[in-house]
Design a protein around this ligand. Structure first.
Ligand code: SAH
Length: 386
């Protein structure tokens, strides 16, 4: 395709549009000609931000003729990950939530205008699934070459652990900038940034073991906070700036956690971690501080469950972190949806429509992706060797 022409792109499983933000960030000359998602709240958010409402239907019911009609050269897909998560039942292709993606794959050989570029995002674990085997088989037999990656925002200077699997596929006459990585699983971002004539490193073909070093090169959590003060980190400047709240009662347990589904109360009290939760689940909580250089992956259950759903922020940074200082006195709060969006490197102008409640916001963001990771991957995918 001519360099000056605009790529026509289809965005499957569009959610709140993380793929589209990544495409924009990648600086690719592309137009999303259609997005598809079955979730009407996600579509409300997408429409609010992009001025276009995704096609609201089951992707499974699309036909080859439907897809041909868009004349798209690139497909971006982030299919449901539940069939492949470690916490789930791992039913893989036997899980009903995998069917629509399998169906899309089956259509590829029947298209009169199959895509030239394809990008798939999923959880780590997908790469060993039978759905993955099926995907690779279909892509190979349809003339695609693939390069696969497992990458985390931590490798891009963002203090956020969210390793994800990515498949990049290109079809003749399109080819990868670094063909030496064809058919390989790559664990570091350096192939994305190789310039003409530079030697490539094959270190990337092994799982990374230098995570501590990576953390050092990340900016602190503080940079991602919506509520902060320029004052020093010793006081409760990172959220509960109201001294009355901070003093003794930073965890107001009088408010039932389940009642807080929305914006009936305003301000930061919405984000307090209630005392009752700390007493019950304290040992399972992942606590980070404003000067921390890591934060755990936010899932769609953040705010509804504590264990394994994402980090909590200690707004009082103790002199000595860790076991000696009781959790109850660290004024724990949830990260706000805006802060989760910041960890996902969403642009500042991304906003939710007012009617989307707090739990829905966390759920939608938890399903989304890291623009800091996906943008360079898309840039690499859309770049042709000169
Ligand atoms: N990348 C997206 C999120 C993907 S999560 C983002 O940035 O937000 C998977 C999405 O697929 C969810 O929004 C879900 O509503 C949608 N989905 C799941 N199964 C679907 C199907 N069969 N048809 C259409 N959409 C589906």
């Amino acid at each position: 395709m001519e360099g000056k022409d605009q790529w026509r792109v289809l965005e499957f499983y569009s959610g709140v549009g993380g793929m589209r933000y990544s495409l924009v960030k990648a600086g690719v000359n592309a137009q999303v000609v259609e997005a598809f998602d079955i979730n009407d709240v996600a579509n409300d958010v997408y429409e609010h931000n992009f001025g276009h409402r995704p096609y609201q239907g089951n992707i499974q019911s699309l036909t080859a003729a439907d897809l041909d009609r868009y004349e798209a050269q690139a497909w971006l897909l982030s299919p449901p990950c539940q069939p492949y998560t470690r916490q789930g039942l791992q039913k893989q292709s036997g899980d009903a939530r995998a069917f629509s993606f399998l169906r899309i794959l089956e259509l590829i050989p029947h298209l009169s205008r199959p895509p030239i570029l394809l990008f798939v995002e999923n959880v780590v674990g997908f790469e060993t699934s039978d759905t993955h085997a099926k995907m690779i088989e279909t892509l190979k037999s349809s003339g695609f070459v693939t390069q696969e990656f497992i990458l985390s925002p931590l490798q891009f200077g963002v203090p956020y652990s969210r390793p994800r699997y990515f498949c990049l596929a290109k079809r003749n006459p399109s080819s990868f900038w670094c063909p030496c990585f064809n058919d390989k699983l790559i664990w570091c971002p350096s192939p994305l940034f190789v310039h003409d004539g530079e030697p490539v490193t094959f270190e990337c073909l092994r799982p990374q073991d230098n995570w501590d070093k990576l953390l050092e090169s990340c900016v602190p959590v503080e940079h991602f906070l919506e509520f902060k003060s320029p004052a020093g980190p010793k006081t409760a400047e990172y959220g509960f700036e109201n001294a009355n709240i901070v003093s003794r009662e930073c965890n107001d347990s009088s408010k039932g956690h389940d009642e807080r589904n929305g914006f009936s109360s305003t301000g930061l009290d919405l984000y307090h971690v209630p005392l009752s939760l700390i007493e019950r689940w304290g040992s399972a909580m992942d606590i980070v501080y404003p000067d921390s250089r890591r934060c755990c992956c936010f899932t769609k259950s953040y705010y509804r469950y504590v264990k394994g759903t994402g980090s909590l922020l200690a707004t009082v940074q103790p002199e000595m972190k860790g076991k000696g200082f009781p959790l109850k006195e660290q004024c724990l709060r949830y990260f706000t949806p805006r802060e989760v969006a910041n960890f996902h490197s969403f642009p500042e102008h991304f906003v939710f429509p007012d009617h989307v409640n707090l739990k829905q916001r966390y759920a939608l963001l938890g399903n989304s992706l890291s623009v800091a990771v996906v943008a360079p991957l898309l840039h690499y995918l859309f770049t042709e060797p000169s």
